[in-house]
Write a protein that binds this ligand. Structure first.
Ligand SMILES: Cc1cc2nc3c(=O)[nH]c(=O)nc-3n(C[C@H](O)[C@H](O)[C@H](O)COP(=O)(O)OP(=O)(O)OC[C@H]3O[C@@H](n4cnc5c(N)ncnc54)[C@H](O)[C@@H]3O)c2cc1C
Length: 338
């Protein structure tokens, strides 16, 4: 009963945001706002300006029983078309990075590329692979983001986590269950919002850190799709490897394709990661069907938005899951209405 009374007494969300210095946008079109450019409307998108106001908002949302989702740059989220979402709490304005006592302290909304650049300026190694990941620190920890053999868990010391009741706890990295593109937060064993993260700075040679970042940047530009909106890798793991392991002819075609691409790279100066040829072969061989090609020409493991709509995207994901017999965990997150 008390709870009911409290719920009816709670001010409406825009009034609460005004009173607490939170920026709120109403009826935001996710087709324009989200990274993949899909989705219906978000009733509210709220931007806290500092960590204290984020904690205050999270407590308020929990107390009033409102459903919400904390988001960073939405670069791993598939919002469904014609689907409305209630409250999105965006961390992008919480992006402070500081260096003290050989550690980097990052607010949850700091971008991963900025984190890796800060590490470069400070002469800390181990962050080079994060340079081209278009996400935030909080989400990066949520899914243990990484590339080129390094992951966020390699340098993470601890996080400050806001739990449902509003309490904030410092949790050592070892207790976050960080594994390949997963964590206890992602699996739901641990609930809460990452507020800040503490990274250890291992001294390295600045020229060699710089050289690695340049190399990874250039590599990413070769294999990543930049033409159509996308969410990076669709699955954690390569569907090509699964198909090749199972099917001898695919294995041979993959080998042939590899040599073909190497030849194009060194002798014809062609696009090294153009996989159109092998993709066309696989589509036929596997019996994939779609109205509009839902994946990148550079890799089948990257869903792209060519205006086909999210039903068609999800149908493709389901086809791929069936074809890989569920062996590859889905890396992108499909969001149902809330
Ligand atoms: C072109 C491209 C390339 C990519 N390359 C890579 C890559 O090389 N390696 C890689 O690992 N990923 C890659 N990604 C995927 C994506 O960028 C990462 O998953 C990134 O960590 C997502 O960050 P975000 O801020 O966009 O998170 P969002 O997509 O906004 O959110 C992702 C999840 O994190 C949760 N979350 C967000 N903030 C917090 C917080 N503060 N506390 C708790 N949970 C939170 C959200 O609730 C959501 O469930 C790529 C994506 C794209 C588009």
């Amino acid at each position: 009963m008390m709870q009911m009374l409290e719920k009816t007494k709670a001010p409406d969300l825009p009034a609460f945001c005004d009173a607490h210095g939170l920026e709120v946008f109403e009826n935001v079109s996710l087709t324009k706002y989200s990274y993949l450019k899909t989705g219906g409307l978000a009733r509210y998108v709220i931007y806290p300006r500092n960590i204290e106001s984020l904690v205050c908002l999270l407590t308020h949302l929990a107390d009033t029983g409102r459903r919400f989702k904390v988001i960073g740059n939405t670069s791993n989220l598939l919002f469904k078309d014609a689907t409305d979402y209630s409250v999105l709490v965006c961390t992008l304005w919480l992006n402070d990075l500081s260096v003290a006592n050989g550690e980097i302290v990052a607010e949850c909304g700091a971008s991963l590329p900025e984190l890796s650049r800060q590490a470069l300026y400070s002469g800390f190694r181990g962050f080079e692979g994060l340079e081209g990941i278009p996400g935030t620190v909080g989400a990066g920890i949520f899914m243990n983001a990484g590339a080129y053999g390094s992951e966020i868990k390699d340098t993470l010391l601890a996080v400050d986590l806001a739990e449902a009741g509003g309490s904030v706890r410092r949790i050592p990295a070892e207790e976050l269950g960080l594994d390949h593109r997963s964590s206890s937060l992602r699996s739901g064993q641990l609930n809460g919002t990452i507020l800040r993260a503490y990274f250890k700075g291992t001294p390295g040679s600045i020229p060699s850190i710089h050289a690695k970042m340049e190399l990874f940047h250039e590599k990413r530009h070769r294999y990543q799709d930049f033409l159509y909106p996308n969410l990076g890798s669709l699955f954690s793991g390569s569907p090509y490897d699964v198909f090749a392991r199972r099917d001898k002819s695919v294995r041979w075609m993959m080998k042939y394709d590899l040599w073909r691409r190497r030849f194009a790279k060194y002798f014809l100066k062609g696009t090294p990661t153009d996989r159109k040829w092998i993709n066309a072969y696989l589509v036929k061989r596997l019996g994939l069907s779609y109205p509009v090609q839902p994946f990148s020409d550079k890799t089948m493991n990257c869903l792209v938005n060519r205006g086909q709509g999210t039903d068609a995207m999800i149908a493709f994901i389901e086809q791929m899951q069936a074809l890989t017999e569920g062996r590859l965990p889905l890396e992108n997150e499909i969001l149902e209405a809330f």
